[in-house]
Design a protein around this ligand. Structure first.
Ligand code: 13P
Length: 341
């Protein structure tokens, strides 16, 4: 298999100062996000909202790629340009979410397994023709009483590896996303342990399935205290634990690690990325592939009102700029109140 193209797209996605916007919310998730600002989830509202993000002037200075949902990759701007075309004109690589969601795992109460492998080869071919150059598959691991189980971790790792192999066959860079949820009362140490186990299993499966590591990106969680834990780790502690965990298990052949935000506030997600990049001496690019942490201020500024179109774009530009600074470890809190550069 020729992998030069995969490798060059993967490197482009983690170019210095840039990261990925995850705008691939499934129908259920986008409905939740729009509901939070009292906007009904009609096809037109979803389209309009994504148009705000993708047509933001200068977004390509900080955003290397955008992950789209099946509906979104087929949509157009008000003036009739396809979203794929708009992104390409901004120098942004279009990507696509291809999993069919995390479903309850039979015989494993409280645990999930991600579906979507059947017919995936054909769907990848279509998405490649529509302009996608990379893909995403998310596995979900939950921490709780007696979970996660080895069976849940290994089954999800196996599915991620089968997905990644099919992507590379179809000339799409797979973003491999095993998310160990931050929900719960667990300590940061417990989150570390489960993240390490999960990543070990994922990289074992990727090797078994002959996936070329130079042509993938890893999208993990950061190592955090449980969201409901009374004891919250500091920014520096999170940064050090996360990098320590990743160094143990992520081969240096992987060009980049693009974190999910997973329910952190937008500012926390930026601070953590910044602190990690300040640690220096890293074998891979450390970047972002944020959904909520890039979009929360945009939703808040837009409120579903066309009059707020420009304010929403300014909010997006500013958040992307802050995260771009964090890619170099050059973010400071004062930037929160600064106008977008
Ligand atoms: P969050 O950054 O909101 O966790 O979303 C990233 C993502 O793509 C989850 O699959």
């Amino acid at each position: 298999m020729k992998t030069e193209n995969l490798e060059s797209v993967a490197r482009k996605l983690v170019a210095p100062g840039k990261g990925i916007l995850a705008a691939d919310e499934s129908s259920g998730t986008i409905e939740k996000r729009l509901k939070s600002i009292n906007v009904p989830s009609t096809e037109e509202n979803r389209r309009m909202y994504r148009e705000i993000l993708f047509t933001t002037d200068g977004a390509g200075d900080f955003i290397s790629g955008v992950i789209l949902f099946d509906e979104t990759i087929r949509q157009k701007t008000r003036d009739g340009r396809s979203f794929v075309e708009v992104l390409e004109q901004q120098g942004i690589v279009p990507g696509i979410k291809v999993d069919k969601g995390a479903k309850a795992m039979a015989n494993f109460p409280g645990e999930k397994i991600t579906e979507g492998l059947d017919g995936l080869r054909e769907r990848l071919t279509e998405y490649r023709q529509l302009g996608a150059r990379f893909a995403k598959w998310r596995a979900v691991i939950t921490i709780g009483d007696g979970i996660p189980t080895r069976t849940c971790i290994d089954s999800n790792a196996e599915a991620l590896a089968r997905y990644a192999a099919l992507c590379q066959e179809g000339d799409l860079v797979p973003i491999v996303e095993p998310e160990v949820l931050m929900d719960g009362t667990h300590t940061m140490e417990r989150h570390f342990e489960v993240t390490e186990q999960t990543l070990r299993s994922v990289f074992d499966s990727l090797a078994e399935h002959r996936v070329v590591l130079e042509g993938i990106l890893l999208k993990p969680n950061m190592v955090l205290s449980g969201k409901e834990s009374p004891q919250q780790a500091s920014v520096q502690e999170v940064a050090e634990a996360t990098v320590r965990c990743l160094k143990r298990v992520v081969p240096a052949a992987v060009p980049g690690i693009v974190f999910l935000s997973g329910g952190q506030t937008d500012q926390q997600a930026t601070e953590h990325l910044n602190a990690m990049n300040r640690l220096g001496d890293l074998p891979w690019q450390l970047s972002f592939s944020y959904g909520r942490a890039l979009q929360a201020p945009v939703l808040k500024a837009w409120k579903g009102d066309a009059a707020n179109f420009t304010a929403a774009q300014t909010a997006f530009h500013h958040r992307a700029w802050c995260n771009s600074k964090a890619r170099f470890g050059k973010y400071i809190e004062e930037m929160e109140t600064a106008k977008a550069a």
